[in-house]
Ligand binder design. Sequence first.
Ligand SMILES: Cc1cc2nc3c(=O)[nH]c(=O)nc-3n(C[C@H](O)[C@H](O)[C@H](O)COP(=O)(O)O)c2cc1C
Length: 356
Amino acid sequence: MHALFSPVRIGRLEAANRLVMAPMTRSRADAHGLPGELTVTYYAQRASAGLIISEGVFPSVMGKGYVHTPGIANDAQAAAWKKVSAAVHARGGRIFLQLMHCGRISHPALLDGATPVAPSAIRPAGQAWTPAGQLDFVTPRALALADIAAVVDDYRQATRRALDAGFDGVELHAASGYLPEQFLSSGSNRREDAYGGSVENRARFILELLTAMAEEAGADRVGIKISPEMNYNSISDDDPQQTYCYLVDQLRGRGLAYLHVALFGTAVDYHALLRPRFGGTYLMGSGLTQQSAERALADGAADAAVFGSAFLANPDLPERFRLGAALNTPDRATFFAPPTAQGYTDYPALERAESA
Ligand SMILES: Cc1cc2nc3c(=O)[nH]c(=O)nc-3n(C[C@H](O)[C@H](O)[C@H](O)COP(=O)(O)O)c2cc1C
């Protein structure tokens, strides 16, 4: 079975294979949010993916939530990213940029002293990773209506910059408990205006973001990632099935490049629930092996398979799958680490001789 190695349409582009590299924060940018030369190498090494989705990138300074994460909030950051997209394209690859606004999963120490923003002033449990070490999350500031419009505009401008920087498209990170999911979920959204309360209102922010991004890029260059019931970063929802079915019903018919769903041990099979509702290109992620991915593709449960840690540790993952070769083991200690080659660009590819 070689379903993984057939081409697949992902919006405006045709990917050469169905192996997608998952968005993965690596925390190797400089203090100005600029990705450097090692990041260029890291992504170029992985260009044999049918599609790479970049690590989460903050669309505006208030979106930053972790130390050493990169941004696309200004032209200097966009210029640095241009080297990444160019290197991936030079190797025949395709790359989307993931827009990640952390909202309340941040800290004043990451925001020049500013208070993180959220739909409601509800403090999450846990700690932020800041230049001063790990610090307790603070109570965020609830966005006013005018602020929401400004955040939507930040995403619009970030989308424009990503396209100018040569990316093939953009992905809205609407999972993992960051700002879009903070709006979507009843536990973090207690607003009483048009953005809170009913599921229609809680989904409004995500749909407005997608509209703005699609106006810049064309819907066929915009994807969205969701992870129902991941319950990460203090996210909770009273009725996640209703919430996600409603959201995905609203996504249908928008002509988006794809819906990316990563599930983390949910009792409900959201893939079965959401794929038919969406009706477009469906990216399945989390916990996949070559075998389970090929089965999902053969069964029609997904159109492409998203690999995270396996791609992190195996720059030539498609080649290894093709050959049935052994895989390098991901080293968790260097997932987020200082910007050296170790655990970043030094995972070995298969020897050419071995594959001959
Ligand atoms: C080091 C690391 C960083 C991650 N950072 C992000 C991120 O920035 N954005 C995102 O949507 N998911 C992020 N994820 C989640 C992955 O995209 C993916 O959903 C997850 O790793 C499950 O896939 P896997 O089992 O193939 O690794 C990260 C995962 C890892 C291992």
